[in-house]
Write a protein that binds this ligand. Sequence first.
Ligand code: OGA
Ligand code: MN
Length: 276
Amino acid sequence: MNNRINTVEGPTIIPTGAALGAEIRGLDLSLPLPDETVTAVRGALLDHCVVFFRGQELSDEDQVRFTNYFGKAEVHVRDMPDRPVKEILFISNIKKDGKDIGALGDREVGFHSDLAYMPKPGTLSALYAVEIPDSGGETRWGSGYAAYEALEDGMKERLKGLRATHRHPDTPLNPPEIIDHPVVCTHPETGRKSLYVTPMFTRSIVGLEDHESRALVDTLANHVTRPEFIWTHEWRVGDLVMWDNRPTMHGRGRFPSDQRRLMKRTQVFNDVAPVA
Ligand code: OGA
Ligand code: MN
């Protein structure tokens, strides 16, 4: 199925037509990529925030090599044993000897931006689909750019200079200190502003009274999840999806617990904290 070679003409980029997301065709990610191809993929990622490649047959080493073109594949903060290649984290409901082999199980996962609860959150994440359920388990991405741009001018003014705190609901994953980031962040590479608020991680607005903070977090969390900012990916085995966490958030639908889902995940951290 996947015997194409990586040509110098470069890949074909097909936008989803939604607020974000593009398919990239014509690349076999099990092969090394020429520099100009990496540049084209990086450009597509900056333009579309999420890119996906279908029909890939990748070893763990292939996925790590591909990830390393865009930064350094890192070991995730989750303590998951049994990782043959330490940069690969399993996202799965599969159990081995009664123990989860990966994170997130079969439950619904609310909208979040990876590692926003850390001082220097994740920049890029990549998920490679190895086994997928017959139904459910779709992943949705939302555009923080589109969400910011759709705000009324008065709200944009109000958000200037504000910072929000972020905590993971699974408390052991959090650092000891409570982390805050600007509510509106400027992307270091595109210079575009995006709303950096997610329903799952964002807790409060720094410096506001409790009730006012709660009301603003609710308003913004409802705003970012409006359907016009969202694109849903229906997974097929062999898909690799890579996304830029800085101007996006994502969530996942639940799926039947008697079905298997196995994703392999790589992560590039940020070397700088988000800036306003
Ligand atoms: C992740 C994540 C969602 C999914 O890996 O960061 O949120 O679809 N995964 O498994
Ligand atoms: Mn995630």
